[in-house]
Design a protein around this ligand. Sequence first.
Ligand code: PMP
Length: 430
Amino acid sequence: MGTQASSEAFKKAQGLIPGGVNSPVRAFSSVGGTPLFITKGEGAYLVDIDKNRYIDFVQSWGPLLFGHRDESIEEAVIEAVRNGLSFGAPTEAETDLAELVVSMFDSIDKVRFVSSGTEAVMSAIRLARGYTGRDDIVKFTGCYHGHSDSLLVQAGSGAATFGNPSSPGVPADFTKHTLLATYNDIKSVEKCFADSSDIACVIIEPIAGNMGLVPADKEFLIQLRELCDANGTLLIYDEVMSGFRASINGAESITGVKPDILTLGKVIGGGMPVGAFGARAEIMAKLSPDGPVYQAGTLSGNPVAMAAGLAALGKLKKNAAVMNTLNARGIRLVKGMKAAAAEFGIEMQIDTRGSMFGFFFNDKPVKNFADASNSDANLFATFHSKMLKEGYYFACSLFETGFISTAITDEMIEDAIKASKRVFKEIADA
Ligand code: PMP
């Protein structure tokens, strides 16, 4: 499987784009080798410029629940394009998508669309601060909430991969209101509340996907909710990744614990750039133009992006049972890989939520970022590059989550398990 054309394309890109990529984690830095340059996607497959085909477990980092080139999403987008790319004026598609999204979550009455997850979270934090009149926020080490200044503190995903959890260029003054707590550790949150009486919100990925897949314990979320209520603090669920992926109706439907503000992204745009934040009407009433908290966007609610989102979420709502099928495939994959690894004396920790799956080369359960960081990064890098050669495209960092799309069949999963067995054997024999 040659990757000469990708290597050359990468070299050229590096001369013109920092690191050759427009989002750092794409550069394959932590696994080594050359990132593949993609020409097209087709169902379960990615095709690179050397004409290699890979089963895609990345799915554009989450958005493509129905795989590449889903017919109904593609048709909806083409139809929307024919009416114009952008108007900067209201369209009914925005209301339709808002209605659909609101119908899927108990916790939200109203929703505002933006163009990325970063924007959604940044705006949600501003809303929480505007609503409560407080400045401090609590975030968890290893959770990633986009790259806005005050959230780029001990973040997961690419920020963790690159070992610069707090980025230069972010003034200390901008992050002094960001308090840090440990995931799944309520005492660490209690300490934040003991240190500050000015906490506007606690933001959490209720099913964390940016330190690998690490779901929050239900009991922890219940205690978090109680702590927020007792202190007049809002609870924000960042479900940019887990929304429509872990469950159709959000983490609140899995855990029974509701947030005050919810942020969404990825699947909500069906592959087009869409993010969203929503809350109950009383909180959303603070948002401009109804209220004083300002937020805006030239391309927000873009008609082509709304059409893609409507097609994707409409299809998901109609086929709610699909999440069980995806979960069964995810479980089969990680259990199969774990069993294959065990044959060669390699220990793995595995988990799934809906269409999300995670695995760590670790002999202990992973409950937080410190646990995740204790995984064997070298083994992960070797596994990643050998699976790539077998034709399986996994996320190129151990601090990421895998995704199953409806285009990935049981047979593909079985073949992936067999490939992993060959890979573990090679690793053990080396
Ligand atoms: N929040 C979470 C939980 C995410 O996973 C991400 C992106 N992976 C973001 C926010 C930021 O979204 P975007 O990359 O669309 O800005």
